[in-house]
Write a protein that binds this ligand. Sequence first.
Ligand SMILES: [Zn+2]
Length: 504
Amino acid sequence: MLTNYVYKLQPNVTQSHEMVRWIDMLRSHYNWCLNDRISQYNQKFIQGDYCDIRTKAEACPISCFVSKNGASGEPWKQDNQNTIVPMGEYCLLPYDLNNLPYSGKTPRRSVGDIQITALPVLKVARPWYAEIDSTVLQQNVKRLDTAYENFFNGNGFPKFKNRSNFTSFTYQVGFKVSGNKIYLPKLGWMRFYDSRPIPPGFVIKAATVRKRQDGWYISVRIEDKTVPDYVPLPLSEVNKVIGCDLGIVKLIHLSDGHQIDNPKFATNKKTRRILKVRQRRVSQKKKNSNNQKRASRAVGRLHKKIADKRQAYQWEIADAIVSRKVDAIGVEHLNIAGILRRCKVKIDDNTGRFLPNGQSRKKYLNRAISDASWNELILKIDYLAAKQGKIVVKINPKNSSIECRNCGYIDKASRDNEKFICSQCGHHEHADIGAAKTIRDRVIELIEYQKVHGDCVEPADKTAKRPKKRKEKSARSTLSKRVEPGNPKSKGENPETGIQEDIA
Ligand SMILES: [Zn+2]
């Protein structure tokens, strides 16, 4: 079994400064690698010269190549373990397929491998990188690999990192723990708050050091292969189900009639006020002064405190839901990014000016939704449920709150905030608890279906996901669209055929 334990570190001043420096260097290395992959993707070999297809300018030679399946640049693993070819030199040689420099028997190298092999070159050119532990540097490249992997699986394109979203580095080997001290290579022994003992039999596989607003934390990944993973209950053995409907006014409505409060940690009146005051203090201080830095640290600490409170509360209620006498918990399958998406821009055809589109109203709702952080809560419920041998079933919540539970009539007018009165038959109940019950019933329906038809088939009724309709793109959205390197879809190519489609 693999799990993570987090401890707070107590570095001394030198170590703390050193770690800040490392993070700065690693961030710039990460951004360099990302830029390298992007510019390589945009380079084409035309008439004996490399040229950037975006700017049509002469481009630097390739040092790596990004594609889903392989890499070029230094594409073949070397047969004879030669010393590493200096960067920039091997790139200049266009590969003649009949006269390959290497036999071609060995497998192609991934772009991550190429960039990892280039690390010693980096250390020669910029000696201060040699002060960083080598596994940390390697993990830094692998982090970008993971970002690309996520992208190829349908998530967003890897972003360039700044100080606020690049705050950690990872060790793969070399650390030791003794009592309340941990040894980190090239940083030395460091004390930490030994808040929970590592269970006997577990070995540390990796350690990630992270800077947060109130100090440094270390997250150790521990593994014991003899301990089995948590196995979720098979659907066919589920007997009792509870449905959860997520909301803003109340965080959760349960199908047994219970409601759980939403304390709105970041968006309640008091916190909003404190945040506003503290942010004003930052903006009123002299720019880049020590006073301003101190004031912005205070804002950061407040955000950290809010996040910590939310975490604690969510664990508490997740535990309360999971410890009920049920076998399965039905939750909504939500597309939060879709819910938070900005309203479509409206433009006056005659004047070309922007018209009100309701975004300023939606802003406050979006903040409340982010504050509730439903996805985080569902993850916690999922984790705790697996621990107790229970299962979480995600179900399509479509129409769950406007469908009559008596006659099945779907009408938006039936719902008036939390009251539900059916416009067809007059049936009335609490709208959200009704929705929770509908979710529960849909889970039961799914389970019944799978008991009859086997586990692998999904019902083709309303709970199944419908294929998405292709939306017409507005003029603005095509204008601002970025060409995303390595993504066959981003340039309007058909991913199956690789043929350019005309999307304009
Ligand atoms: Zn009805």
